[in-house]
Design a protein around this ligand. Sequence first.
Ligand SMILES: Nc1ncnc2c1ncn2[C@@H]1O[C@H](COP(=O)(O)OP(=O)(O)OP(=O)(O)O)[C@@H](O)[C@H]1O
Length: 358
Amino acid sequence: MAQIKLSNLKHSYMPSPQGPDDYALKEIDVTWRDGGAYALLGPSGCGKSTLLNIISGLLTPSEGQILFDDRDVTALPPDQRNIAQVFQFPVIYDTMTVGENLAFPLKNRGVDAATIKRRVDEIAEMLDVADMLNTKASGLSPDNKQKISMGRGLVRDDVNAVMFDEPLTVIDPHLKWKLRSKLKELHQRVKATMIYVTHDQTEALTFADEVVVMQDGEVVQIGTPVELFERPQHTFVGHFIGSPGMNVLPCETQGNRAIFEGHEVVLEGATLGSGGRTDLGIRPEYVSFGETGIPAHVTKVSDIGRHYVVSAMVGNTALKAVTEHSVPEPGSQVFLQFKPEQSRVYRDGWIATEERVQ
Ligand SMILES: Nc1ncnc2c1ncn2[C@@H]1O[C@H](COP(=O)(O)OP(=O)(O)OP(=O)(O)O)[C@@H](O)[C@H]1O
């Protein structure tokens, strides 16, 4: 397995790109440590597949380098990069048995029979398919087919990385959580460098030690699931991660305070920079109800199981609060309190509040 470094990577599908908008990848600088579990998360069109294809060697970047353990592989074709890939749709041979499918990547490389048997048994046991080794792949359910596809990606122990491209797309929703946790467990056992591409935050946050959040060809934040939740570096991250996402409320700034709909809001730290569009970012989980605070009108209360999501209006601005206990009635007047250490100003989308030193 290898450390993977993407250095000053840019890619445009146009022959002579003029400006940043002509680039599918604007400037990517990322280092993935050997044995880490990473997710590439972003909406459709943000550049995930482009990046994946550049790493696997299907696409040559317009600029920049790809390094595996400090070895420049930018010019190497896919077959010399030694990467295993698991795609959206299962890639298995229907005419072979499960065991033969799992053995195939090893057989292809001339691995000896005893090692093949040992690896196939190990992987089959990890995937809970040991009892299916002699079953013809054609008769398997879609989720078992995808499991075997994953197994084929994991069976070799000489690859630089295993890349998963939206691997749960074809899986029934009620089986998704099973495979999601299975993959996490597999990473802990196999310890390979794994890169998991998805537009689904639950998949990314369950699987990865670190998530790379992309928007419009740019990495907007790299962090642990907790970091992305607790301190989004960009309003996009705040909104994209979390359910419901972070409230992004137009505001003005006055010294180290935000003025939101005429009300002063205490922030986590000092305000940075000046000018640009300013928004106050606060997650619904950190908005609470009190005896005093910002007056609001409750418009809707949704019971979503473990907690309630309260929609309210402050002046002309809509926001959400998440609460477990004190549930107001729709139509009532309430006072909202924003947790200061979780209240931040964003300037043109980027965080502009200094981090509080503990
Ligand atoms: N072969 C291509 N030729 C021209 N433009 C392309 C090509 N492939 C992708 N693009 C453009 O590059 C940008 C990034 O696309 P990409 O497929 O990498 O995003 P993605 O995040 O993987 O999206 P999805 O999840 O829908 O596959 C998009 O604007 C897309 O239209």
